[in-house]
Each structure stands twice: as structure tokens, then as C-alpha cells.
Design a protein around this ligand. Structure first.
Ligand code: ZN
Length: 165
């Protein structure tokens, strides 16, 4: 595994289209491993492949258990949002937008279809924070940043704790 460099918001890789993964080969598996390591190192809760300069539709996310002890990694290849319910405002940071946080409306609950690293189709129902993280990462794959969607931008120093993805 290796750390990859996280690009910031003036980099074109964050705005260019990303491509569907046609074949899950060793390079894709290595990318997934590297993305997880890079996300941990940056203390992030999610990362999209184009944030590390790879234009593929791949994301990883970190879910904490309710007691905040155990954590689970979610890896999604070619994720597609198949359903969304509700809407709520929440504050998000972004590893690629270090100087700003944004208050952003997101669906409360979503259903996502994707492939896992074995190439099997998976359906994931997510709500709350995980639903927010997944919508944030899927936006990255479409070249969308928090600065595009925020109803209000906030200086991160005004926030006590923030979760960045
Ligand atoms: Zn982000």
C-alpha cells in the first residue's frame, strides 16, 4: 500500500469526468488499498478516486459504530444512487477544499447500487452521516465540490470538529 497525494480544488482532475471501471484488475485493487490508507492518514471519512488524480468511478468511506470504537470500510466501484428520501442540512468539510466548510442539503436516506472489489453487485441503504458521505463522494465523481452546493460557506476554524471527506 502507498499513500497518494490528495489534490485540491484548483486541480482539473477534480472537475473532469470520471470513467466507469470496466475490469477490476490488480491496479484497481491497489488503488482501493491506497485510497483507504490515504483516507486514514488524512483523518478523512471518505475519498473519491479523482481526489487522488485517478479518473475512475471508485469511492471509499469510513463508518464508525455507534460506540465510536469499531469502524467499517465501505468500498464502492461504479456507484449509482437508485433512490433518495428526505432532505436535511448539514455541515461538511472536504479534504480537497481545506479552507472552507459548507452547509449543504442532502437526502436523509439513499439506496446505492455498486460493485464490490470481488466484482459482485451490492445494494447499500444508508442514512444520516453515511448517506451524506456517500452523496459527497458521488458528487466528487461527477466533478462537483462542496463549494458548488453549499447554501452557506464556513471558515473551518469556526468549527470545533469537522469531518472531512
Ligand atoms: Zn470531498
Amino acid at each position: 500500500m502507498a499513500l497518494r497525494q490528495i489534490l485540491n480544488d484548483n486541480h482539473p482532475a477534480l472537475r473532469n469526468p470520471t470513467n466507469e471501471v470496466k475490469k477490476i484488475n490488480k491496479g484497481v485493487l491497489r488503488l482501493l488499498d491506497d485510497m483507504i490508507e490515504t483516507m486514514h492518514e488524512a483523518k478523512g471519512v471518505g475519498l473519491a478516486a479523482n481526489q487522488v488524480g485517478v479518473p475512475k468511478r471508485i469511492l471509499v468511506a469510513l463508518v464508525m459504530s455507534e460506540d465510536g470504537e469499531a469502524e467499517k470500510i465501505i468500498e464502492l466501484i461504479n456507484p449509482v444512487c437508485e433512490g433518495a428520501e428526505g432532505e436535511e442540512l448539514g455541515i461538511e468539510g472536504c479534504l480537497s477544499v481545506p479552507d472552507q466548510c459548507g452547509e449543504i442539503p442532502r437526502a436523509t436516506k439513499i439506496t446505492v447500487r455498486a460493485l464490490n472489489r470481488e466484482g459482485r453487485e451490492v445494494f447499500l441503504e444508508a442514512e444520516g452521516l453515511l448517506a451524506r458521505i456517500l452523496q459527497h463522494e458521488m458528487d466528487h465523481l461527477d466533478g462537483i465540490l462542496i463549494t458548488d452546493k453549499a447554501v452557506r460557506l464556513i471558515d473551518p476554524e469556526e468549527l470545533q470538529s469537522e469531518e472531512k471527506s
